[in-house]
Write a protein that binds this ligand. Structure first.
Ligand code: ADP
Length: 638
């Protein structure tokens, strides 16, 4: 008796899009189904080795059949099949449909009719409805004595019937839609179309993809001799794919196109990856690895539900999908796989965490990825910059994390914007270009490059012609603090402490000036005692009247970052107001100091607030600031 069931809500919507598809690449249905078949055989093979209930099979295969009369294509596999519950869970629902991101993309796709938008989630089995008006799935799992027939026309419902099936496995029968002027579905009934599609998308599949093909073969006479010039049509079984797993090939044997096709198919992306690394190791550990960096940052990379990891194979047998032990957190964006002969098949997820071999492989893979990135930085700068714009912040966190454990590994991969350079540079390049007599690596932080460039604190450094790193990411200053130096050169914020830019003579002159101006500075400090820790004369300013700097340790940028964190502790950077003794304004203040006390207090607050504004910090009392400003303007106009 047929049991009629409804597809889950999101699945219905996706089906709807597939059925009415304007999907640009209709061919993909075949690779999706073949990939599912191959996964199912992977699962079967693995279980047959570790679970007695799953009988051993000598040979596996995926078979494609074409029935022109019935307009059907059948794809069958000798894989794990599905139980009744699995049919409902796996085919009745889209696995990723729970996530909010999926729902919103789905909505977008429905409104714009742009199915490619949700293509990035991999619609797998449902892609059959791009070309088929009806899909039937005959399937049997070794864990059930019953077989089932799932049937659907891609509308709201599907049916599941019990049927008699002997062997485990799955057979998917697609009845193709009628061809129209715009869409030629009949071409999928042509042998050569299928052959080409398999070659293009599924060549690496490790199990034979077989099809009966008609071939024109030489005729033989009764004695078994070839009759010259005579041919006959014969139906023969042909394996369409070469079956060499792509990751077992040498990198010079594989084209970028092959690697890219494999990526899109396996990791469900609709775009080519930014780059791929194929490498292997032999010795203490031996493995083959194929690593990809997606062009587009995965939409949920920084959310809790993102799972990092690489696929793990042992001796060519698939073990698990996201082995998180294989990649450190800061490389969480890489996709790919590792195939090793060093692990037992029976390894469980729990045991993996302590497995020494696996940890060795992981650290080896990490180093290889880093060295490949270094190569890219050296030889393909533009591509590296594209990479860095997308993922650089991860490398920064990687270098900062765990008290800078990985800082030496990663410090040369981090790029910086600077005051003098138009393009990104590395620390190495900064140091190479340092001017004679320059002792420190200077840096300045702010929201954007433009904001930083406008900082008055840069005055003197600019005058010297020194370059300054411009830090705009939250993590930047924390990272600089952890690095502490590069190539023996210490870092120095243009905004903290003494910049060390004056000559000995100038220093002496400055010291005596400081003594001389002490009373007025003390007075200003008294007026501002609620706001700043100190008021001093500035060595770093040349054109601007004031600036606010922080003491050693916590900086203003760090203060802002910490403030944004949940449950932050109230930490404040030490505030120091610096006044430029060479500026006209200072002379004006001195004049006021001689004559009028209340006015000096107003000046002090105005100065301080100006410094706050320049620094991008909020003013405590904007109305008061404005009033004081207005008064001053009126007075000066009188
Ligand atoms: P995905 O492959 O991304 O998981 P699909 O929609 O393609 O999504 O398939 C959903 C699930 O249905 C698979 O994860 C698998 O469990 C099951 N499935 C699909 N095809 C087969 C098959 N040929 N044999 C066994 N199970 C299958």
């Amino acid at each position: 008796m047929a049991s009629v069931r409804k597809f889950k809500a999101e699945s219905q919507k996706v089906l709807n899009l597939m059925v009415n598809s304007i999907y640009t690449n209709k061919d993909i249905f075949l690779r999706e189904l073949i990939s599912n078949a191959s996964d199912a055989i992977d699962k079967y093979h693995y279980l047959s080795l570790v679970d007695e209930k799953v009988p051993h099979q000598d040979e596996y295969e995926i078979r494609i059949e074409i029935d022109k009369e019935k307009r059907q294509i059948t794809i069958s596999d000798t894989g794990i099949g599905m139980t009744f519950d699995e049919i409902n869970n796996n085919l009745g629902t889209i696995a990723k449909s729970g996530s909010e991101e999926f729902k919103s993309k789905l909505k977008e796709a429905e409104q714009t009719h742009d199915v490619d938008i949700i293509g990035q989630f991999g619609v797998g089995f449902y892609s059959s409805f791009i070309v088929a008006e009806q899909v039937e799935v005959l399937t049997k799992s070794p864990y059930s004595d019953k077989g089932y027939l799932f049937k659907s026309k891609g509308q709201e419902t599907y049916t599941v019937d019990e049927v008699k099936l002997e062997k485990p496995g799955t057979k998917i029968i697609l009845t193709l839609k009628e061809s129209t002027d715009e869409n030629d579905y009949d071409r999928y009934l042509q042998e050569w179309t299928i052959r080409n599609l398999v070659k293009k998308y599924s060549d690496y599949i490790r199990y034979p993809i077989k099809m009966e093909v008609t071939k024109s073969l030489p005729k033989y006479d009764e004695d078994g001799k070839v009759i010259e010039g005579e041919y006959e049509e014969k139906v023969v079984d042909e394996t369409l794919n070469s079956m060499v797993p792509i990751w077992k090939k040498r990198s010079n044997e594989v084209s970028d196109e092959e690697l890219n096709e494999f990526y899109k198919n396996k990791f469900m992306d609709y775009e080519d990856p930014l780059t791929s690394f194929l490498f292997s190791a032999e010795g203490l550990v031996s493995y083959n690895a194929l690593i990809y960096i997606p062009k587009r940052v995965p939409y949920n990379l920084y959310s809790l539900d993102y799972e990092k990891g690489l696929q793990l194979y042992t001796k060519g047998i698939f073990i698990m999908d996201k082995c998180k032990e294989l990649v450190p957190d800061y490389l969480r964006f890489v996709k790919g796989l590792v195939d090793t002969s060093d692990l037992s098949l029976n390894i469980s997820r729990e045991m993996l965490q302590q497995n020494h071999q696996l940890l060795k492989i992981a650290s080896n893979v990490e180093k290889k990825i880093i060295s490949n990135l270094e190569k890219m930085l050296k030889n393909e700068r533009d591509k590296y910059i594209e990479f860095f714009d997308s993922y650089g912040v991860n490398l920064k966190f990687g270098a900062y994390d765990n008290f800078g454990e990985k800082k030496d590994l990663l410090k040369d991969l981090i790029l910086y914007r600077t005051l003098n350079e138009e393009n990104y540079i590395t620390l190495k390049e900064y140091v190479e270009k340092m001017k004679e007599g320059q002792e420190f690596i200077y840096y300045a932080s702010g929201k954007t490059k433009e904001a930083v460039m406008a900082l008055p604190q840069l005055d003197l450094v600019k005058k010297q012609g020194y370059d300054v790193l411009i830090l705009t990411d939250d993590v930047d200053e924390f990272l600089i603090t952890i690095l502490s130096e590069y190539d023996g050169k210490k870092f120095k914020s243009i905004n903290q402490g003494d910049l060390g830019l004056l000559s000995k003579e100038e220093e002496e002159k400055f010291d005596s000036l400081k003594e001389e101006k002490k009373p007025i500075l003390e007075k200003l400090k008294e007026y501002l005692k609620e706001e700043v820790d100190d008021v001093i004369l500035s060595k770093r300013l040349s054109e601007s009247p004031v600036c606010l700097v922080s003491g050693e340790g916590l900086s203003f940028e760090m203060e802002k970052v910490i403030e944004r964190m949940p449950n932050n502790e109230k930490v404040k950077a030490k505030r120091i107001l610096e006044i430029n003794p060479k500026h006209e304004l200072f002379k004006a203040i001195e004049k006021v100091y001689q004559s009028d006390d209340t006015e000096l207090s107003d000046y002090a607050h105005l100065l301080y607030n100006q410094a706050l504004l320049i620094e991008g910090l909020p003013i405590k009392d904007p109305v008061d600031f404005s009033n004081k400003m207005v008064n001053l303007m009126i007075k000066s106009a009188k």
